[in-house]
Design a protein around this ligand. Structure first.
Ligand SMILES: O=C(O)C(=O)C[C@]1(C(=O)O)C=C[C@@H](O)C=C1
Length: 369
């Protein structure tokens, strides 16, 4: 089999890259035979970081979506929500797919990563560390999602300092590394500091110790081989009895805003089919002001009834909505029975260079370990 190709927001050492090389994120090649649906033969279980996967950093989430749609990659790892700062709106906008560019892209898995942020500066610029910091940093770089995750620290120490959004935390560290004579700093991970050769001036600057980002794993539904691969994110939470593993389904829809009760009519359908709603999000429809696309995540217990319930709900939704779309079903990794301790161990990572995975940089130079 050709190596699996996995796309994510680069450059290397972004949080998205850390998810790709998480040892807990395993792909099981299941020799699933339609006639033997209950007797799965698990041929191999490997993390994306193993040499059988090729990691392809992308400049944007849109590039990752497009690589999946064009079948240039098997999986995309995309952040969708942070426990401190809420939804990643760029991801919701891509899932909204207002111009029908990503018709075949669906969610097939999720992963929760504990996110620890550091303030990064050029090597040698503050030899006495944070205790000797003289207040001279004039500009900060990071991904727009991060400001709200470090709000308390930033309000206390960097209140009136210029903030510049960049495409990822790793990009922020790269920029600082390229500006040795500027009084600038990046907010990114310790892993990004090591990779880009900059120093950690202050670590754990996130507001909350439980700061966690949920990532979605995407695939193209027309690609047969990804249908045969099972994303096994942690044996901690998976039972052999499929009906006990809860599943989530993501559905987007829009309703006629001038019709009273249109949203209520849509939502009651989930209740009718025993589908519990776990989140609701909205984004502007961009067709008319103050009209929205709704995103609903739902699931039912026991989960072997999920598929049937979802397909009935979708049929009914088509009757009462202007448009609706099934954006995929995957195994719930947060599950109600999950203890916080196991969630933390699921998302905690310690990186060294041997864990970078086999990566192909956009300009062609490979880093393989
Ligand atoms: O910038 C990165 O390193 C990313 O992978 C993106 C991203 C995000 O968009 O939420 C991922 C996790 C953290 O919440 C911060 C940034």
């Amino acid at each position: 089999m050709d190596p699996l190709k996995v796309v994510f927001l680069g450059p290397l050492a972004s949080f998205s890259h850390q998810v790709c090389v998480a040892p807990q994120l395993k792909v099981t090649i299941s020799l699933l035979d339609v006639g033997f649906a209950n007797s799965r033969i698990q041929a191999a279980a490997e993390s994306f970081a193993k040499s059988s996967s090729v990691l392809l950093p992308q400049a944007s989430f849109a590039d990752a979506f497009s690589a999946i749609q064009k079948q240039e990659a098997d999986y995309a790892v995309i952040p969708c929500e942070n426990s401190t700062n809420g939804s990643v709106v760029q991801t919701l906008d891509l899932l909204a797919d207002r111009n029908n560019q990503y018709n075949d892209v669906k969610v097939c898995g999720e992963y929760y990563l504990t996110v620890r942020h550091c303030l990064l500066v050029n090597k040698g610029s503050y030899p006495n560390g944070w205790t000797g910091y003289d207040g001279s940093i004039r500009k900060l770089y990071t991904h727009p999602q991060v400001w709200g995750q470090c709000d308390k620290f930033l309000s206390q120490y960097f209140k009136d300092i210029e903030r510049q959004d960049v495409s990822s935390t790793s990009k922020a560290a790269e920029i600082v590394a390229e500006e040795p004579n500027e009084k600038t700093a990046a907010i990114a991970s310790r892993f990004a500091a090591e990779y880009h050769g900059v120093n950690v001036l202050k670590e754990n600057i996130e507001d909350r110790a439980d700061n966690t980002t949920r990532f979605l794993i995407l695939r193209n539904v027309l690609v047969e081989r990804t249908a045969r691969l099972d994303l096994d994110i942690s044996s901690l939470t998976t039972t052999q009895d499929e009906s006990l593993n809860t599943h989530k389904t993501l559905i987007s829809f829009s309703v006629n805003h001038t019709s009273p009760g249109a949203l209520a009519d849509a939502l009651v359908i989930f209740k009718t089919h025993g589908l519990n709603l776990t989140t609701i999000n909205t984004r502007p429809s961009l067709r008319r002001a103050w009209q929205y696309i709704f995103f609903v995540e739902c699931g039912c217990t026991p989960s072997d009834q999920n598929r049937d319930a979802v397909s009935k709900a979708l049929n009914d939704l088509r009757q009462v909505t202007e448009a609706c779309r099934d954006l995929g079903t995957w195994r719930d990794r947060l599950g109600q029975s999950r203890s916080r301790a196991s969630l933390l161990s699921l998302g905690q990572h310690y990186f060294d260079d041997s864990r970078m995975g086999k990566c192909i940089q956009p300009h062609g130079s490979d880093t393989a370990t």
